[in-house]
Design a protein around this ligand. Structure first.
Ligand code: NAP
Ligand code: ZN
Length: 350
């Protein structure tokens, strides 16, 4: 199946129209027309090879909402016309202990990512959601619950699940005191989801600019992370802090905000962190942890939870040809709070 999309040909090149082929359907494959695709900061990192493992040409996009247009003969869960979704993974070994317990994101043989990864059978590079069509095995396709606004749901597939998974892992619920560092795509979903789970939520931002937004999203308050006095007054007052900062930073000022047995979970930056003092870990039995996306079952649970609670990302809709401008704005944290590409804007003409 021929399709069209947007790709970067090198780390320095802007995204531009790109024609390519999607594989013929395998028996357990679902083919979909992509309706919407969210723009994650990881797309920007990978288009620019910030992590050093990008394969070019690269077609980013892993927050995908689509409609089924064809199914393979062995597909049982989906039929033509269903509203479906795909996140960051499109395959895994499905045999290891992690896959068996529904943690495909932690597959011992590594999951196959939606883009910039290699198909397990053909070894061809996978291409993501900045395109018109997608073919994915049915086990990695999610169902969009009734009532969830299709145009806004896309960011749930990465920003949503990446925030939801640590909230569930660390048992956040009524009475939990949750901090969220960085009010961007992931951060604003972490706020909405933690509030939805009943937690008391504080946003930690570099300035007070987003204070009104933080409250509108449901947070109790915004703490300015550069305000030493306010940071000092907030010491030992959080059970869980989710760190979404996309670049190298010092986590020590945030560690001091954790109460005894508290955990700071990094979901943002991939790369080195500044040298850590062991004092907060030893004296307060505090933990520094990390967390990647979430499993397929947990992603479906999150979508159903969002439909039930009417939790949706705050989206700014863009056309496909505005993607390079969107990347530039995202780099400056000038997005409130997720760009979503309306794929109807992508035509043969680019
Ligand atoms: P985003 O929309 O750009 O938001 C990041 C936020 O972090 C910004 O809004 C800003 O908030 C804050 N920030 C930005 N630069 C900063 C700096 N230099 N120092 C301190 N704070 C800074 O990005 P996103 O899409 O949420 O993604 C965030 C990170 O998560 C990216 O690195 C992405 O690759 C990663 N990610 C990881 C996973 C995973 O599986 N773990 C999944 C998806 C994304 P304030 O203005 O409020 O300070
Ligand atoms: Zn992402």
């Amino acid at each position: 199946m021929f399709t069209i999309g947007y790709a970067a040909q090198t780390a320095a090149a802007p995204l531009a129209p790109f024609k390519f082929e999607r594989r013929e359907l395998r028996p357990n494959d679902v083919a979909m027309e992509i309706l919407y695709c969210g723009v994650c900061h990881s797309d920007l990192h990978q288009a620019r090879n910030d992590w050093g493992f990008s394969l070019y040409p690269i077609v980013p996009g892993h927050e995908i909402i689509g409609r089924v247009i064809e199914v393979g003969p062995a597909v049982t869960r989906y039929k033509v016309g269903d509203n479906v979704a795909v996140g960051c993974m499109v395959d895994s070994c499905m045999q290891c202990d992690q896959c068996r317990k529904g943690e495909e994101q932690l597959c011992r043989e590594r999951n196959t990512q939606t883009y910039n990864s290699r198909d397990r059978i053909t070894k061809e590079v996978t291409f993501g959601g900045y395109s018109k069509h997608l073919v994915v095995r049915e086990e990695f396709v999610l169902r969009v619950p009734e009532g969830l606004d299709l145009a806004k749901a896309a960011p749930l597939l990465c920003a949503g699940i990446t925030s939801y998974s640590p909230l569930r892992t660390w048992n956040v619920g009524p009475g939990s005191r949750v901090g969220v560092i960085g009010l961007g795509g992931l951060g604003h979903m972490a706020v909405k989801l933690a509030v939805g789970l009943g937690a008391e939520v504080t946003v930690l931002s570099r300035s007070a600019d987003k204070a009104d937004d933080a409250r509108a999203l449901g947070a109790d308050r915004l703490l300015v992370s550069t305000d030493r006095k306010a940071m000092s007054a907030a010491q030992s007052s959080f059970d869980l802090i989710i760190d979404t900062v996309p670049s190298r930073h010092d986590v020590s000022p945030y560690m001091a905000l954790l109460d005894i047995d508290g955990t700071l979970v990094i979901v943002g930056q991939i790369g080195p962190i500044d040298e850590q003092l062991t004092i907060p870990f030893v004296l307060g039995r505090r933990r520094l942890a990390g967390s990647p996306i979430g499993g397929i079952a947990e992603t479906q649970e999150m979508l159903d939870f969002c439909a039930r609670k009417n939790i949706l990302p705050d989206c700014e809709m863009i056309r496909m040809d505005q993607i390079n401008e969107a990347f530039e704005r995202m780099e400056k944290s000038d997005v409130r709070y997720r760009f979503v590409i309306d794929m109807a804007s992508l035509s043969e003409a680019g």
